[in-house]
Each structure stands twice: as C-alpha cells, then as structure tokens.
Design a binder for this molecule. Structure first.
Ligand code: NAD
Length: 379
C-alpha cells in the first residue's frame, strides 16, 4: 500500500501531519511511504530525516496524490486534489464534514473512501487517535500563555517589601479538554481561576484542579452519549449570560472554549458583557473558528473594544507546532495501525469496527456515515 503525505498548504499552518518517527513505524509495518519534499520544513525537519525513516521524497505533489492508495494530512484537500485521487483511495484528515457538502459530493463522485478525523468515536480504544482532544489540550495551554503575554499584569500573587500584588483572575467558560488545560495552565502560573460549563459533571473536575466552579442554575442541560454538550435554549443562554456578566467584569483574563459538536458555537459573551469588563483585560475566544463565543471576535485578529483585547487567533495548536505535530502524527499513525492488515500490508476498511463505522464518511460512491447522512438528509 502506497501512503502519500503531502505538505500542508493552508496559509499559516505550521503543523506537520507526519513526523519521521511515525513514518518509520509505517514503513516497518510494510507500507511504502512517499512524502512531499519539504514536508517537515516548518518544524526544521529536513527531508533526509524522512529518507532515513524509509520514505521516498518527491517534489511532485500531483504525482504523489495520483499514485496514492492512502493520503494522510491535517487539513482538507483542495477540489482539484480530489480530482487527482485514484478510485478507492483512502483519504484521511480533518474534513469538517458537517459544513462541506461539496467536498463530500466530490469524494463520492471520485469513489474515494474519506475518513474524517473529527468523527473518530469517543470510546476508550480510540482515545489515542482523537485529534480533537490532542489539539484542544494544546490550544488550552497556548490560550493562557498568549493571554498572559498580552496582559500588562502578572498572574501570581507576590508579597514584596514594596507591597502585595494580588493574583490575576482568570475565568474559563467551557470546560472540555481545552478548558481543563486552560484552567491547569492558569493555576500553574498562579492565577485565581473560576470556570463554568453547562455539563454539571464538570464541577468535580474544576474543583480537583483547584479552581472555583461558577454555579448558574439553567435547569435541564445534560450531555450527549459522546460527552458533548447539548445546545441550550435561547432562554437558558440568556440566564447564563446574566450569571456570567459579574464574573467577567472582575476577570483579567476570560478564555472561552464552548463548542457544540457539528453545530456553530453559542454566543456567550455579549457586547454588553465586554463593555462591563475592565480596560486592560484580555479575552481569548477558542471557538472563533466555529462561529465564536464572544461578540466582536474575529478569526485571526486581535480586536480592541474600549481597552478590552479580544483575541480570535485561528489555529492555536499551531502556536506550539512541535508538540501539536507530534500528537497529530501519533493520532494518524494509531488510526492506521489499528486497522492495518499485517499479512496483506494494507489498511482494512472493516465496517463492523466501531471506529471505522464512526469515521468513514464516503465509500464506494456513497455516504456511509449515519450521522452525516442524516445531517444532509435534513437539509
Ligand atoms: P467541546 O470542544 O465540544 O466543547 C468544549 C466545552 O464547552 C464542553 O465541555 C461543553 O460542555 C462546553 N459548552 C458547550 N456549550 C456551552 C455553554 N453554552 N456554556 C458553557 N460551556 C459550554 O468538548 P470537548 O473538549 O471535545 O469534550 C467534551 C467532553 O468529552 C469532555 O468531558 C471530555 O473529557 C470528553 N472526552 C471524552 C473522550 C473519550 O474518549 N471518552 C475523549 C475526549 C473528550
């Protein structure tokens, strides 16, 4: 089986999908791996390291894709790249499948088996393949580091002969993977941390990290079987905003990470709440790419609203690209390894397997994923 790894071409992408360590393991398993020349450039990994790992290196991206039985990447492909894929090619990357009907049509027309890394089911066996978690964890860390750098205050309390400096206050909204790491990072740096999530099970986790859980009674909230939050009603969201306005007003740093799987993120911090915050404070909106939790946040921008800095940087894991690539590459490798047929040296698409069933979107010219098929059938 020929596995191709093209370079990431999305502007500002610093991460690398496959690092030499995982290429070597694929080669040991009997795969022929071809990488595009310069694949590791952003991380200062030279082509020679991939050659040493057993890969062949090609400067011809088109030929690489045309000859591939499998393609491994971080970002979704351009339309003309899908046109180049062989029938039956297995294409694996993030695909944003709820918002990409045209891309899905193309995969079907081409007979490509497209695997979406977002759709890996959240079962214990698949944790090692879960890019949403591995990248969100690093994004939570990066968000706090960026916020602390932009703030013109220190985070820890300091008792000095010149007087006592109070600790900075951080408020984390949405305590999934990113939120938990944001809390842990802000605590390590010495901030006083408060947090809120609509899933009540989170309270214990917040407390175990030494942060305070902000209680707002929203009535019935709950979570899906995969542990994702359910959408709130407009009335519940309004209650939540009222409950949070005071906490935001006393915070120096607000980090929002509230997402809803497969749907746009809820607007939580309104313009009114921003105007109630202290000038000099910083908001980092981690949900900016899926619609944003904060009024006025913009993808890839830092916006100043009456002295409050709203940071909407895209691709926060890319700020710590060495670790983000290491994790992403490991997730991709683990997915391939789990379904690798050692005797035939190929990837088995076994639809009896819960992981394959969950993450394959198209196969044999059809949408085979139930959730995605239902999503488009409703439209
Ligand atoms: P996510 O990125 O979808 O959302 C981030 C957080 O935002 C979630 O905690 C969600 O409850 C919260 N949220 C949504 N709407 C909100 C609102 N209006 N106000 C405040 N918060 C809101 O979630 P995630 O980080 O991917 O993780 C969700 C859960 O799944 C976590 O408990 C995580 O530990 C769990 N998980 C399980 C596995 C597994 O394999 N079993 C793997 C990864 C994550």
């Amino acid at each position: 089986m020929n596995i191709a790894v093209p370079k990431e071409v999305h502007e500002g992408e610093t991460r690398v999908s496959m690092i030499p360590e995982h290429v070597a393991r694929l080669v040991q398993a009997g795969a022929e791996v071809s990488i595009e020349a310069g694949l590791g450039q952003t991380l200062r990994i030279v082509d020679g390291e991939y050659t040493k790992a057993g890969a062949s290196v090609s400067p011809d991206r088109n030929a690489l894709i045309q000859n591939a039985d499998m393609v491994l990447r971080i970002r979704k492909p351009a339309a003309q790249e899908v046109e180049q894929m062989k029938q039956g090619c297995i294409y694996i990357s993030l695909l944003d499948p709820f918002n990409e009907p045209e891309l899905i049509d193309q995969f079907m027309a081409r007979g490509v088996s497209a695997i979406s890394m977002e759709m890996i089911p959240r079962i214990t066996r698949a944790q090692k393949m879960d890019v949403l978690s591995s990248q969100a964890n690093l994004a939570g860390y990066a968000a706090v580091i960026i916020a602390s750098e932009r703030l013109d205050k220190i985070l820890p309390m300091m008792m000095t002969p010149a007087g006592t400096i109070a600790p900075a206050r951080a408020f984390v909204i949405g305590v999934g993977v990113a939120g938990l790491q944001a809390i842990a990072t802000a605590k390590r740096l010495g901030a006083r941390v408060e947090a809120f999530d609509t899933r009540p099970v989170v309270e214990e986790q917040v407390k175990s990290l030494g942060a305070r859980f902000v209680k707002i009674d929203l009535g019935e909230t709950g979570q899906t079987k995969d542990g994702y939050a359910k959408a709130l009603t407009e009335e519940q969201l309004q209650k939540q905003r009222e409950g949070m306005a005071k906490v935001c007003a006393s915070a120096n740093i607000v980090i929002t990470t509230a997402q809803l799987f497969g749907r746009p993120a809820p607007l939580i911090v309104t313009a009114e709440m921003v105007s109630g915050m202290q000038p000099g404070s910083v908001i980092v909106d981690l949900a900016v790419e899926s619609g944003g939790n904060v009024a006025g946040s913009q993808v890839g921008q830092e916006v100043d609203v009456n002295g409050v800095r709203i940071i909407g940087l895209a691709n926060l894991p890319g700020q710590v690209a060495v670790n983000a690539s290491q994790m992403f590459s490991s997730n991709l490798y683990n997915l391939v390894e789990e379904s690798w047929n050692t005797a035939e040296k190929k990837f088995d698409l076994n639809f009896e397997d819960e992981i394959i069933k969950g993450c394959v979107i198209t196969h044999g010219g059809k949408i085979v994923n139930e959730m995605i098929a239902n999503h488009y059938a409703d439209k």
